[in-house]
Design a protein around this ligand. Structure first.
Ligand code: ACO
Length: 702
């Protein structure tokens, strides 16, 4: 698999099928680009009616080419692609770069499937169709119709949008962000993000993988490829607004949206996110040039208080809140500034700071064991020369001998500052026009280090399950022609996967309800059980804190009357009598079967927190107990679980275990369960566990 992509991306001989002698045509531009980019291998233009293109001999078909061909760039109209893919297969070409549009993106899925099938038959791999092509600085190869190779650098970008790739190509020079490879993947009929990530992970010329994503076909393959990668991966995800929440039958379904589910998946995959295109450039620059930041201590060095304050604000925002420098470092830094400077952090050398002070502070702080990362700020003044300052910083970094810690810079000023930043970037130090961008970039390097720590954590799983019992309950509901399980059934399924549920039994008569209530022990809760009434409280179908036999009789009659009034003719199974669980902190767990990532679990605080504040967090199943513990810290209401106002901490371990079991259940039953909620789940004091009080499961339609 890898070998065919290798031949495609790094061919020794390349054909352009649909090559043209007419300037302006894509088939002409691709041949011209390949030649002009300095490609060292053989180039074979293919066109049945032209003898020569741009001085190269043209062949009627790839089958007429005498030598071996590794890759073919295809620029013939869509209707001719099946025959071209066929001839490429016969020729043994393993890499097909199909620039042509007119496939699934315009609704012609059949044509796309056809070319994939032909390619598979011959063991060829397809990049595209509907792409710009790909570009590689280290291979001196522009196999695309983008104008030129990008600014040379160590990042490689994979883009689902061809137009954006062309724009990034051109703006790489303006922004001074260099790339080794730009790969357009278009419709991803075959080679997808996961394939590219695996390949780029082994590419010695790529230090950071940058992605522009609109959507995946197989979200789980993406997660796995990222988890296995040993390089930073940064993603800009577009199209997060119109997804997911439509037609949800559960609470969780209505709260799940692309932003949250993709965000969760990126976190599990160890992928750093970019907020917009500028941010993608900024972070890519830092991640491609600098090592991860292996601790939280950022030291800011500046000649201006204002930019120092802006950077301090940004530090808080990007997860690197500033700390004061230790005394010995302060004493050292004081040597390189006037009395009225500050060595606390930011190190403010004042506007007097020239080349020497910048050099001295950087040289004598970078290696200090307290410092985990350096952010050097400069405001252009009339008494200093930005380029000289930049050179001084670079020299000081070299003198310090530090290579395992990151540094970013911000030069705020005019053209002279821009020139200084170009110098820095060309010398491996990311530099930005605004202080918050420099801090954000350092934040990305800190995030990467944290992600690496998370990926290295051992996985702690949860106990085994009883799948058969769950399937029995589900099969029974299906046999009754139902897609919604009753609360009692849903709890049985939950219990089969080890979740603690309140004991709940079905009473079909008033007398039976009395008998069961006595067996459970007062007080009890009574609830209507009807597949036609999902929102039981709205129907007046729930009574709580029933203390005696008389109360049971009265509740039975009231619930029946209310329910039939709410929905006349409803199919009523009876009334559930259940133990009244003691008070605990209410949380909600739930699941959806996400179209991209499959079974996905949600956790949040219950009641008003979920209803109004939508304070929830997601993970793609399965979720190990240690990952679940992290979920508990992600919501705004996390302190409530930790214990506030003198209350004891809640049993977070039992809750994390429950999340783990729940995630096992939705993964194991992914062919059965469409959506589910456990709401509320009551969480008790540490050591006292949790209890699922209400449960809902909606089955997939079969
Ligand atoms: N073998 C070899 N050559 C062939 C074959 C064949 N089987 N069939 C046709 N050709 C030749 C044609 O004769 C022609 O050569 P000529 O100029 O000597 O006559 C050449 O292939 C191209 O064929 P044309 O019919 O002239 O097609 P044209 O160049 O106008 O368009 C193209 C072809 C570019 C593939 C077009 O169909 C297309 O898909 N354009 C969109 C490309 C695109 O935008 N991709 C997505 C990028 S992402 C983004 O949004 C930027």
């Amino acid at each position: 698999m890898h070998e065919s992509i290798n031949r495609l991306m790094r061919p020794k001989a390349i054909a352009v099928v649909g090559a043209s002698a007419q300037p302006g045509k894509i088939g002409y531009t691709v041949v011209k680009n390949i030649i002009e980019s300095g490609y060292k291998g053989e180039v074979y233009p293919i066109n049945p009616s032209t003898p020569e293109i741009l001085g190269l001999k043209c062949y009627p078909s790839v089958l007429d080419v005498p030598g071996e061909i590794d890759a073919a760039v295809i620029t013939v109209p869509a209707k001719f692609t099946p025959e071209v893919v066929e001839s490429c297969g016969k020729k043994g070409i393993s890499g097909l770069v199909i620039i042509t549009s007119g496939f699934s993106e315009v609704g012609d899925r059949a044509l796309e499937d056809q070319i994939v099938q032909i390619a598979q038959h011959y063991g060829s791999r397809i990049l595209g169709p509907n792409i710009v092509g790909y570009l590689s600085n280290s291979d001196h190869l522009n196999a695309s119709f983008a104008p030129f190779l990008p600014l040379n650098g160590k990042a490689s970008l994979v883009s689902q949008s061809g137009a954006l790739l062309i724009a990034i190509d051109a703006s790489s020079y303006l922004r001074h962000v260099g790339f080794d490879k730009l790969v357009s993947i278009g419709n991803m009929s075959d080679i997808d993000f996961a394939d590219n990530i695996r390949w780029l992970n082994d590419d010695p010329n790529t230090t950071c993988i940058s992605l522009y994503i609109e959507g995946f076909k197989d979200g789980r393959a993406f997660i796995e490829a990222c988890q296995a990668a040993k390089k930073p991966i940064i993603a800009l995800k577009a199209g997060v607004s119109a997804h997911g929440a439509a037609a949800a039958a559960s609470h969780t379904g209505s709260l799940a949206g692309a932003v949250k589910v993709y965000g969760a998946a990126f976190q599990q995959a160890g992928v750093i996110q970019a907020t917009d295109l500028d941010n993608l450039f900024d972070r890519t620059l830092a991640l491609s040039m600098q090592p991860p930041m292996n601790g939280d201590n950022m030291l800011i060095i500046t000649n201006g208080g204002g930019v120092g304050v802006l950077a301090t604000d940004a530090a808080e925002k990007y997860g690197l809140p500033l700390k004061f420098t230790p005394n010995e470092l302060q004493a050292e830094m004081k040597k390189y500034m006037p009395d009225y400077g500050s060595a606390k952090n930011p190190i403010d050398m004042t506007g007097m700071a020239g080349n020497e002070w910048y050099g001295d502070t950087v040289r004598n702080s970078f290696g200090n064991s307290w410092v985990d990362g350096l952010c050097v700020l400069y405001c252009e003044t009339a008494i200093t020369n930005p380029l000289e300052i930049a050179k001084s910083i670079k020299q000081a970094v070299d003198d310090s001998g530090v290579t395992a810690k990151p540094i970013t810079c911000s030069f705020v000023g005019g053209e002279r500052s821009a020139e200084a930043m170009t110098f820095l970037v060309e010398n491996g130090i990311p530099a930005y026009g605004a202080p918050d961008h420099a801090v954000n970039a350092l934040g990305a390097l800190r995030e990467y280090a944290r992600m690496q720590e998370l990926m290295a954590e051992p996985i702690t799983s949860c106990p085994p399950v009883s799948r058969e019992r769950a399937l029995e309950v589900i099969d029974q509901a299906r046999a009754d022609g139902r897609n919604a399980l009753t609360e009692i059934e849903a709890k049985e399924v939950f219990a089969a996967y080890g979740l603690q549920v309140t004991s709940t039994v079905l009473a079909k008569t008033e007398a039976e309800a009395v008998k069961l209530a006595k067996e459970i022990g007062f007080p009890v809760v009574m609830k209507i059980v009807s597949p036609d009434i999902l929102h039981k409280s709205d129907a007046g179908g729930v009574k709580v804190n029933i203390k005696d036999e008389e109360g049971v009789r009265e509740a039975y009659r009231t619930i029946m009357t209310n329910s039939l009034k709410y929905k006349s003719g409803a199919n009523i199974h009876g009334i559930a009598v259940q133990e009244m669980a003691p008070w605990g902190t209410e949380v909600i767990l739930g699941s959806i079967n996400d179209p991209t990532f499959g079974p996905t679990i949600m956790f949040g605080l219950g009641g008003i927190f979920v209803e109004v504040l939508k304070d929830v967090t997601f993970r793609v199943a399965p979720v190990a107990t240690n990952q679940a513990l992290r979920m508990l810290t992600e919501i705004r209401g996390a302190p409530i679980l930790a214990g506030v106002r003198g209350e004891k901490p809640r049993d977070r371990e039992a809750l994390a275990n429950t999340i783990c079991m729940y995630s096992t259940m939705i993964l194991d039953l992914q062919d059965e369960i469409s959506e589910s909620d456990a709401n509320p789940v009551l969480v008790y004091e540490e050591g006292r566990g949790v209890k699922v009080v209400d449960a809902r499961i909606i089955l997939k339609k079969k």
